[in-house]
Design a protein around this ligand. Structure first.
Ligand SMILES: [Zn+2]
Length: 210
């Protein structure tokens, strides 16, 4: 199925120019595994960037951005956390970061768990698992949030998101996603700030000083 929600075009220009951080690059590369039209955009952006950079040496080959991505697809290893193999699409195995040293964490709601991918600086990157039909409490963001659905889907105030869909939520955007009822939802999310819960969970969060 072709994704319905795509990264903005200027993000592909930043991607091609290596102007995005680790978390954003991982999200964008993962979207490419699902989306033919964005593969074309990314390749065009990379080629345009290569021409700009190489005006002095026009005989050089254009950027091999996509060739590098496709080469890595040839040697996949299924991502694991400890002894647990993650049920993620095979096309993403070699694109995703190393989760092996990460540990699952819970939240204030059953059927929801996440792990933080370790990285030096920049925004945090999280792998999130929601059981089918489970809701994540309504929350606000203190920074930019970008997410990519890897499997299953979510229903939010903004509509339904399914595998391959990319979403960017600006700071201050309040939402409470619910996993679709027939399949567990797996997603990658990057956060530049923290999240702030609404309602009683928000009160607990403020009391706990988190
Ligand atoms: Zn796309």
């Amino acid at each position: 199925m072709t994704p319905a929600h795509h990264p903005a075009e200027d993000l592909w220009l930043d991607f091609a120019a290596a102007q995005v951080d680790f978390a954003t690059r991982t999200l964008l590369e993962s979207h490419l595994a699902y989306c033919k039209s964005c593969r074309t955009l990314a390749a065009d952006a990379a080629a345009a960037g290569a021409l700009t950079l190489r005006e002095d040496a026009p005989s050089e080959a254009p950027s091999s951005l996509l060739a590098g991505i496709l080469a890595r697809l040839k040697t996949p290893e299924q991502p694991r956390v400890g002894s647990e193999a993650l049920p993620l699409p095979r096309a993403l195995w070699s694109l995703l970061p190393d989760f092996s040293a990460a540990t699952w964490r819970g939240a204030l709601t059953p059927g929801f768990r996440f792990l933080q991918v370790l990285q030096p600086g920049g925004s945090g990157l999280f792998l999130v698992h929601m059981k089918a039909g489970r809701a994540f409490p309504r929350h606000d963001h203190t920074g930019l949030e970008r997410s990519l659905i890897l499997a299953g889907g979510l229903s939010t105030e903004d509509g339904v998101m399914e595998a391959g869909d990319f979403e960017q939520a600006e700071p201050g955007h309040v939402h409470g996603p619910v996993a679709l009822p027939d399949e567990d939802c797996w997603l990658l999310a990057s956060l530049e700030g923290g999240i702030v819960f609404q309602g009683w969970r928000g009160m607990l969060q403020r009391i706990a000083g988190q």
